[in-house]
Design a protein around this ligand. Structure first.
Ligand SMILES: Cc1cc2nc3c(=O)[nH]c(=O)nc-3n(C[C@H](O)[C@H](O)[C@H](O)COP(=O)(O)O)c2cc1C
Length: 211
């Protein structure tokens, strides 16, 4: 049975990113996969400490010497047939939660930019952003895809959902903002037209990961 793992990088466990990742997992599950979603925000872990123990000759080679909630996830990553990495855009980039996990993949990367990851995993990136223009952070999505490929994953498919609805747009009366109501109406209209399409794209992405 194939195993598909998703790293959910939004601090909001039921937000846009989590919903899209769940649909992708549903798509994989429909085709027989065992799936698992990791909400990074609920883990007790740190980023990479830059100790380079994972690059030293000897027993720490290829391993992270930190011992925290990321530790058991290495085995899951190695076992997985496909992996999704999801994040909202925060200040033009992935969230610190997801970045922390990506940085902790450093043990898989050798000093000559080879990879110790043995399994040929299909990979996907799921990003959500408040702004409308899908090209705004394309550079970041592409660099993340490039980095994951260098670490040893197959070049990821990238799914982006734009003009998403967050807290404030959902309940404009409670939030300060010059044109909150106008934004609310425009966003609700956009969401009504596109959100189900994005969920369907996510479902198909999950199914593609199983091919
Ligand atoms: C701290 C913070 C920074 C953000 N920065 C950006 C940004 O740079 N560009 C953008 O389009 N949206 C930005 N957003 C909006 C989120 O990306 C958007 O609402 C996203 O869909 C939230 O995903 P979630 O529901 O999974 O948490 C930001 C939101 C927060 C809270």
């Amino acid at each position: 049975m194939k195993y598909v793992l998703a790293f959910q990088g939004s601090p909001r466990p039921k937000g846009n990113t989590a919903q899209l990742l769940q649909r992708a997992l549903d798509g994989a599950s429909e085709l027989g996969a065992k799936t698992e979603m990791i909400h990074i925000g609920s883990l007790k872990m740190t980023g990479c400490r830059g100790c380079y123990s994972c690059k030293r000759k000897g027993k720490s080679f290829g391993k992270c010497v930190l011992n925290d909630d990321m530790t058991p996830l290495y085995a899951k990553i190695e076992k997985a047939d496909a992996i999704l990495f999801g994040s909202p855009v925060y200040m033009c980039a992935m969230t610190p939660e997801l970045k922390m996990v990506v940085d902790r993949l450093f043990p898989y990367l050798t000093m000559d930019l080879g990879s110790l990851l043995k399994k040929d995993k299909k990979t996907a990136l799921v990003f959500t952003q408040n702004q409308k223009d899908p090209a705004l952070f394309e550079w970041h999505f592409n660099m993340t895809a490039f980095m994951l490929n260098t670490i040893g994953f197959r070049t990821p498919e990238i799914l982006l959902s734009v003009d998403t609805i967050g807290y404030a747009e959902n309940d404009p009366d409670k939030f300060a903002g010059v044109n909150a109501l106008k934004i609310h109406e425009e966003k609700q209209k956009f969401k009504a037209a596109t959100w189900n399409i994005d969920l369907d794209r996510a479902y198909k992405l999950g199914q593609d990961l199983m091919q």
